[in-house]
Design a protein around this ligand. Sequence first.
Ligand code: ADP
Ligand code: MG
Length: 272
Amino acid sequence: MTAQTIRETSQASRVGPATVGISVNGLTHRFGAGRQATLALQNVQLDIAPGEFHCLLGPSGCGKSTLLYLIGGFIPVQEGTIRTARGAVTRPGVDRGIVFQNFALFPWKTVRQNVLYGMENLGVAKAEREARAADLLAMVKLEKFANHYPSQLSGGMQQRAAIARTLAIEPDILLMDEPFGALDAQTRSVMQEELISIWQRTGKIIVFVTHDVQEAVLLGDRISVMSARPGRIETIVSCDFNREKGSPVRRAGEFAEQVQHLSALMHQQALT
Ligand code: ADP
Ligand code: MG
């Protein structure tokens, strides 16, 4: 394990406020009240830089989705703060787009209509939204399937359509909750490559939830390893070598070392 490839950053070396894309401070979250309450997150501290691909990695039930939905503004903050470049997060906003595991497309709309939907709501002019939809469908390689309904597509194609639909509203931040979890291994691998290429082209912040160590190491600039419930950020691991995403280096020793290192951390979490 070399110092260049793996840097475990302490809270003291967090990204400063001037460069913050997302800043989570003292975030604690409970479901329910009284003795029945579930403490899902406890004092989460996390700063994500502009343009960063950040993975949230942890065992099932550790609060990954809760943290993601809080950042999205889909559930209200109880204790602590979340800030983005646009200020404190208090509700959903068009600066934050989300992609779920189960695709969540409108089944009664075609692929093209699904992609157009958010832009219509935002009042984007017709010519502009048609052009943007065409570009996005080309980007996710679905231009030939624009007039198909979701039920006519494979899982991988549906998820590409869901990603295009979310990108159409031009969010600064893309939140992804185990988006490839329901796909077969081969489709998943293709989708991971495509997501890296979309991220490289758009420069967005991506916050990507996964419980799969290999997926986290493959995709993340940095990986937050979360503890078992109540969820806290145990460690943040940097994967410098991932800057060269297309490079075969990630199939080589450094990749395997990083996977092994994180698997050991995950194992500890499962035992504590
Ligand atoms: P993960 O995504 O890491 O699997 P979640 O964020 O979904 O974990 O859940 C964290 C904890 O909070 C779990 O114990 C889960 O049962 C609980 N939880 C999540 N959502 C709710 C809810 N709406 N009501 C009650 N408990 C919930
Ligand atoms: Mg989840």
